[in-house]
Design a protein around this ligand. Structure first.
Ligand SMILES: CC(=O)N[C@H](C=O)[C@@H](O)[C@H](O)[C@H](O)CO
Ligand SMILES: CC(=O)C(=O)O
Length: 277
């Protein structure tokens, strides 16, 4: 059962979805993208079809094709491929979860439904339980991103319920600025992976004991973020602080603003160029 799986640690790049200028999936780029993450960013985990990958705006069929392609190229090269399967429709989420398992993904994750929102914490956990049960062999991570879902239950309040109700529950992708909630989860639920998802304040999350981080910026700041993590581990807080501030200023911020234009092949040239430094 999923409880015996290894811990997920370090950085996880939330992948962009390569598109052609005609808005079709640009699947052939994915092999190159995987190699780029490993070789240039030292990143060996990916989170597919999430916020950065605009999974919620893609069709179920597109999401399946992407999951297959990412798994195909990351297998035996990367440590972990986590596929985001959250949708507004429970049936679609279950379908994507089962598909992720069948195509060889290492883990799944799901956001809460966000248009008609769960009416209670228990309703949310029931929903997640059904999604997770569609892929019972895969570790399941709740994706907490209240700024986008509007579902603001403290994760700490959900942890015990998810632990009890979801046999494959392995952790949380925590994309919120509430570090009090985050640290309560870490310190009271040590056997679960608490992956932080607000890249701009990863240093604060490391101080709270974050086990790893999932984010868009690790696509191009993976190597430098590992430097910040190493400085933090060595106790060189000044260097860690300088790096965190650097990520949050000037050219980096400007780059984030271009996310909407991340259409390949332009991504190929521009992205690789920006990541080289
Ligand atoms: C809203 C959003 O996309 N959040 C991402 C993770 O969940 C982050 O990785 C951000 O992209 C990142 O912190 C940059 O703002
Ligand atoms: C950033 C992130 O974790 C996501 O794209 O879902």
């Amino acid at each position: 059962m999923a409880s015996a799986v290894r811990r997920l640690k370090g950085l996880v790049a939330a992948t962009f979805t390569p598109m052609t200028t005609m808005s079709d999936l640009n699947l052939p780029v994915i092999q190159q993208y995987v190699d780029y993450l490993i070789e240039k960013q030292n990143v060996r985990n990916i989170f597919v079809n999430g916020t950065t990958g605009e999974g919620m705006s893609l069709s179920v069929q597109e999401r399946k094709m992407l999951a297959e392609e990412w798994v195909k190229h990351a297998k035996n090269k990367m440590d972990s491929v986590m596929v985001h399967v959250g949708c507004l429709s429970l049936e679609d989420s279950k379908d994507l979860a089962a598909h992720a398992a069948s195509c060889g993904a290492d883990a799944i994750s799901a956001v809460s439904p966000s248009f008609i929102k769960p009416s209670s914490q228990d309703a949310l956990v029931m929903y997640l339980k059904e999604v997770a049960a569609a892929a019972p062999s895969l570790p399941f991570y709740y994706y907490h991103i209240p700024s986008l879902t509007g579902v603001r239950y403290q994760v700490f309040d959900l942890m015990g319920k998810m632990q009890k109700e979801i046999p494959s529950f392995r952790g949380v992708k925590f994309s919120d600025v509430n570090l009090m909630d985050f640290s309560l989860c870490i310190h009271n639920y040590k056997e679960f992976d608490l992956l932080y998802g607000v890249d701009e304040q990863l240093l604060g999350a490391l101080a709270c004991g974050a086990h790893g981080a999932v984010g868009s910026t690790y696509n191009y700041l993976g190597k430098t973020t590992y430097k910040m993590m190493a400085a933090f581990e060595k106790g060189d807080l000044l260097k860690a602080q300088e790096l965190q501030v650097l990520f949050n200023s000037g050219p980096v911020q400007g780059f984030l603003g271009t996310k909407a234009k991340m259409i390949l092949p332009p991504l190929k040239k521009k992205h690789l160029h920006l990541c080289a430094s």
